[in-house]
Structure formats: C-alpha cells, structure tokens
Design a binder for this molecule. Sequence first.
Ligand code: GLC
Length: 810
Amino acid sequence: MQTCGAIHHWQRAAHGLEVVFEQGVMRLEAVAADIFRLRFQPQGEFAARRDWDVVQPQAGAEVQVFQTDAVLGLRSDALRVEIDPDSGALSFDGADGQPFAQDMGGPHWRCVSINEMPGLATVPDRELPPGPARIGLFLDKHMHPREGYFGVGQRSGRLDRRHQRLSNWTVDCACPGHAQAHDNMYQAHPCVMALRPGRAWGLFLHSTWYSDFDVGASQADSLRLFTLGGELDYYLLAGPTPAAVVEQLTRLTGRPALPPLWSLGYHQSRWSYADADNVQQIAAGFRRRNIPLDVIHLDIDYMHGYRVFTWDRDRFPHPEQTVARLRQQGIRTVVIVDPGVKNDTRTDYAVAEQGRAQGHFVTRPDGGLFTGYVWPGESLFPDFCRAATRRWWGDWHADLLAQGVAGIWCDMNEPAIVDRPFDTPGAREQPMALATRQGEAQAPALHAEVHNLYGHLMARATAAGLQRWRPQRRPWVLTRSAYTGIQSHAVTWMGDNRSCWEDLAMSLPQVSSMGLCGAPHTGVDIGGFFDDSWGELYARWMEIGSFYPFMRGHTATGTRPQEPWRFGAEVEAVARGAIELRYRLLPYLYTLAHLASRHGAPILRPLCYDFPDHPRFYTLEDQVMFGPQLMVAPVTAAGQDHRWVELPAGVWYDFWNGARVDPGPLMHPAPMGRIPLFVRGGSVLTLGNLRQSTTEPLSQLTLQVYPGIDAHWTLIEDAGEGWAYSQGHIAETPLAVSQTQGGTVVTLGQRRGAFQPAPRDMVLKLHLPVAPKGLMCDGRQVNDWRWEPAQRCLRWQWCDDGQARRLETV
Ligand code: GLC
C-alpha cells in the first residue's frame, strides 16, 4: 500500500487549495459553501472531465485558507476542513465545530487484482486492463459509534448499511427475488448518507469505475471507500439534516424531473399481454370493475421477433388504433425497448443495418463487432457513450411516439447479456470485456470505466429523443439500470423480485434508499415478478403499492395472472380500495413530486429522514413516511390483523377514523383493506375526488385538516403535463393550521401563479375531538357545516373561487 506522505508544498487554487505531497497531489475545492470536492491523484495529473459526467458544473464558493503549525485548512460559510500535513488525512466540521467524516489516515493506493472484487467475478477479462484501471484507491473514514449509514442505492438488505461491504457495479443478478442479500444489483449509486443526532452528512464517490463501500464490515469503526481508476474523487455534502444532504446531492447530480400527472396513476403490466385483443380485455376489465387505471405496459412480445422499434403485426396489426382506443378510455401505453439490437443480416432490419453502417455498436477489443445473446438472439449493443449514437437511438423512438405511445420502458440495460440463445440450457452471463473501448475516438474510455453508465446513458438518450420528438410533453422513461443522477432522465424500478413476503418487506428499505440517493421516483413490481402470487400477498402488496412513487403491477411470463380481479372478490375489493386511495391522494402526491423536482426531497422515505434526532428510528424499516404528512405501516407478513407500530413523539391521527393516536409503540389493528396509516398533527392533507383515470377532472378538493402543532403546507398544481409550469403557469395555494384560544384556525392563503385550476368544489374536513359550537369564514358565521361523528370531523363544502379564506372554529 502506498501513501502520500507529508505535504511538500501547497498553493491556492480556484475556490480552494492544491496540495502537493511527497507522493501525489490533492485538490480541495468548495464547489458550493456546503459541498466540498476532494480529488487525490497519486501520479499528479487529474483526469479530464468526461462528457457523461453526472455532476453539473458548479459556480464555486468563497473560501478562506488557514494554516497553523498543526494543520492547513479551508473554510466556507457552512463547512471547514483541516488537512493533517503529515498524512493528508482530512477532518470536516460545520458551524457547530463538531468533527465528522474524519479520515483515519490519508488516501492510499496499490495495484489491485480482479480477484479482489467479487462483483467482477463474471467479466471475461482475467486481468484488469493495464493503466489506471489497475490502480485501486482506498480511504478510511472514522465511523462514529452513534452514526447510521444509509443510501448506497438499490440493494437488497437492511436500511442501515453498517457491517456490510457494498459494491457498485451494475448487474442483472438473474436469480429469482431479492430476499437473499444480494450485493450489487441493476443500479449503481456510490453515495452514502451518515446520520447521528444533530448531524447528517453525505458523500458521493465521483467514480463510474467499479467501487465499493466497506461500512464497518472488515473493521468495525471504519467506513472504507475503494475505487478503481487511479484517482480518488468525492464530494462531501455538509448536511446538516438528511433533507439538506439529499438537496446537496441533487443540486450536484440533477433534480428529479417533474413527471406528467398521468404517470403517478396506476400502471398495469405483465410479460406479456398477448395481443391487441388481450390488451383491450385488460383495459375493459378495469373499466367494467371501476378500478382506476392510467397506463398499460407492453412487454417484449409486442415486437416482431424481439426486434426493437418494430411491432409484431400478427399480434398488433394496427398499433395506432390499439393505442388510440386505450387513450379514449383514459389509458396510456408504455412499450419496452431493450438495448440489444438483433444482429439481423437476413431480413431488412434498418436498426441493425444503420447501426452497423454508421458505427453505432460497441466493438470488441480486437476491433470486431461485439455480439451477445438476449431476447432476439445474437444482438449488437449501441455505444451510448457516443453523442451521435445517443441521438441516433433517441431518434428511433419517433415512430413509436407518432403511433401514440406515451412512455418508454428501458430494460436489460446493465447490460444483461448471455453467451448463447436464451432457451439453450446452460446459458451463462457474458458481460462485455472490461478492456472494450467505448466513447468518442478522440476521448475513448474503457468499458471498465463506463460499464455502470450503460443503462443510465440509454435512458438519457431515450428521454432526450422523447424531448426532441414531442417537445410539448414531459418525457416519461422507466429504466432498470441506472447510475446516480438518473432522476433527471428517468423513473426506475427494482427489477425482478419474487412473489413472497420477504420481497414485499424488502421493498420498503429499497425504495427508501433510492430516495436518499436522489432518485425518488421508483417502485417495485407489485404482487411480485417471479412465481405465482396469491390473494393475501397480492392484497397486502397493493396496499403498500399505493405509496410507491411509481405504482405498477407486473409479473413474469408463465405466472398466474396478476390483475386486481384475479384472486376473488375480497382481494379485488382491497386492490380497488388501494388504487382508489392512491387516486384520492394524487393532489398531495403531485405536490410531493413538485417538491422533489425543486429540492430533491424523497417522496417515500425512511423515518430517519423526518425524525433524524431519534436514533431509535434509524433502523425501523417497516414503517415509512409518504411525504411529511403521512406515516404508513404496512403489513408485510402472512395472517396478521394487527401489527406493532411506533409513532414518534407528537400528535398523530388514524387516517381511517380520524381518532388521535398516542405516540410510542402500540399494537394497531391492520385488517385487510385498512393499511395502518397515520397523519401527523398540523397537516392539511389534500385529497381529490375519486377518478378512474387522471384524464377525468378534479372536480372536488378536500382539505383534511389535522390540528396539533401550528403548520404550513402549500398545495402545488399545474396542467399536469407540458412545460408551462416552468414559466409560471402554476397554482400554489398556501394552507396553514394553527390553534388559538378559541379554537382551530385554517387559513387558505391567496393562490399564487398563473395556472387556473378548473372550477371545483372545496370541502373542509376538520378533525377535532368533539364537535365545535360553530364555524366562521372570514369573520362571518357559517351555518351549513355538519359534524360527522364516525370521522370525528367538521365538514363544510363551498365553491372554490381561488380567494384567500380564514376559517375558524368557535
Ligand atoms: C426482465 C425485466 C422484466 C421483463 C422481462 C421481459 O426480466 O426485468 O420486467 O418483464 O425482462 O421483458
């Protein structure tokens, strides 16, 4: 192991310092007052910025350099870092002077071998390619005994990452289900959030190479960062709250795109709906049973022999008509597109022909075209590291859009490749060689450097294509593989889970962790992908599924059908109820999506996000928050009609009956169809009328008010599609609830912005322990309110005219 030794000399650099050690150079830069970047290069020459860098260029912050006998350092308004001159070890602290993210020593490095990285076990190279790929950088940070470690993207396993070694390398793990702890999965998010009472901080390891985080697994008090690629490069996010960490991460890597409203509705999928008639039957099945639905997904069998950008004309003779007919019923169509392009030389398949002629496909290290097997048989793979290839790929979506397709589902883009036709026994994974050259001729990269970006760049190319070909609408792309920053381009899901209780339970830490990594729009296959689902599991999964930011039912080929009515009347009623709740919550969810697009704020999030000063909640992963107002405690095991719930100190209400619930642990009823759901005191929960699709109008808005602490909320609305919102066509309605001596006051502030919601009724539902004597509106007595004893709420309805209102109980 080599170390940098002591400081030789240093100089000021833009927004920071450049420090030359006995061996290697360190650059410290305040990219913002609350985000410092650290780079260390043993050879002295920093890698050039890459075209695909997920970090947006930052303006940089004012800093002061300070030096004493013992330390050299840098200080901004929010963050301070000290460098130990003898070792290069850093220690950070914030305004409170409490150190965090302290190095146990300086950066160190050595030549590494491929066998040290279990995540690379299947790559065909027996050695790492020569050059920087062979230099592994290590850094140990001291783990504070009270700190929890969260994030690190898509995993199976526990929410708190302590005691685990987590590698960042995208793979299709291809083994059914998520219940066993897999290390790496389809996505790579080398970012971690550390949290102890009073301080959250984050770290984004800015490396697309294979990297891993050893979170106290090998050495109990050390968070060890490791990356290939010959350079250590990370961003330190100062926090000090979890919300601040996610805001900082998404300021760097991109805010979550605002999805179109329809995409927040329910999606139904299966591998595959056989043909146009079958798709129509599914749509009719929803409509006949009054189960809301916004989207149907078409899996691989809609294509002609799995050739991307084609239709199987026997199954779908008139795609435009099929799509249009669904659209008339308020249902959008999403189609799957895989990156593997059939290496078709016999038929006239323009995608393969053009791609070959224009040099868009990845070539082997020896120069020949790289091929591997996926659904269509032998396939070629676009090199998404090339700008021209991304554009070419994006343009291929034009026909699908012209046919009326609403969104694109990118799959198998880790990329998943095997060594022989899928149906031959013994097919094995056959990834691209690490030594494969990718990217532009003038700035080539090794596959070893860009592997983790394959799916990410495919999704980015797709979203850019949708933007070019249908500029008036928001692109909607779903992707299985991704890298940090995906949130600006696409929604993700957790891949191939299994119909089992463990995978249902696992979905909570999975979706929560994604939110902490800045990618809130995610979900899992409801009901489970592999194996047959069954009524109880499906019903419970639907209950929690209503709270996944992306809500889709999906299952594998050959499994029992998984539409809501397939498990009998009782389960159908539960599934309908769950989807209906989702639709009623849409005004709240859409506001959450806006907040995510502004500050990165996760939608479904672990308790530690909203209650960071209560270590008790750091490891509680079977309860989650859905935005700041709702706590969900789903049933994740068989045969339960009660479950333990733990509510943090404060005022809480049972969503279903409006009753106040005491904080602390309690055994709570959880009958089928009544997912334990709690509202935080001080909330103004906004619910819409029940709709079968988001194409139906929002004709009623209910303000469900839960007094407790004084609180504010702003309902955010817009057209639900398109870009006018970014030019001010938005409606923001400030809502506040407060207690006075006389009673509860609910204030609807003046609506802001140029968007005019369609006329609608407003309903106030004010939850109170007992009926009040009266209700005043802007100082005048209201007479037509009523008390609803079952819900413990006062109900008053009026016509929304966008005016400010003060409502007060007496
Ligand atoms: C992959 C996807 C799955 C899809 C299947 C067929 O396994 O993860 O969702 O149904 O491929 O396209």
